[in-house]
Design a protein. Structure first.
Length: 155
């Protein structure tokens, strides 16, 4: 979990490979309306996010019966994380990818083909409620190094 450009997809895919679990990209579950809204530079509201979170929660429940999955999702607020957890029997292990605004902006400027514009980073940083129960990993290391640390910690 974390704000845009923190490396959720990169780390999530690598972690899923290391753990031999399916990978779920939360961005794939956004409605066309949500994507258009973000692409135009408008932040999503809670009302925009809740149907998306419900769809993700259903997907997590399906994977829970098959041994789990790795989800890359912003999950910026506690209420969003509660929504994702609500239908599950097992507790989600939360990994928070933390980075400076400078690094995040640089990453946004260097990526291609993503709908999230740089101007929405600030709104995500303001919205972010860092969970005290999450394992926190700084994003200034190589992705493989971060994943090895995560695997060692949760292994």
């Amino acid at each position: 979990m974390g704000v845009t450009a923190c490396g959720k997809t990169t780390i999530g895919k690598l972690l899923a490979q290391h753990l031999s679990l399916p990978f779920i990209e939360a961005d794939d579950f956004h409605s066309p309306g949500n994507i258009s809204k973000m692409r135009s530079g408008s932040p999503l509201t809670d009302e925009d996010r809740f149907p998306w979170l419900e769809a993700l929660s259903r997907e997590l429940k399906i994977h829970e019966t098959k041994g789990g999955a790795v989800l890359a999702c912003s999950a910026l607020k506690e209420i969003y994380r509660e929504s994702l957890q609500r239908e599950l029997k097992e507790n989600i292990t939360w990994i928070y990818l933390e980075g400076s605004e400078t690094i995040l902006r640089e990453r946004i400027r260097n990526r291609r083909g993503h709908f999230m514009p740089e101007e929405l980073l600030h709104s995500q940083l303001i919205t972010l409620e860092i969970p005290s129960y999450a394992y926190c990993f700084p994003i200034d290391k190589e992705p493989e190094t971060i994943v090895k640390k995560i695997v060692h910690l949760i292994g």
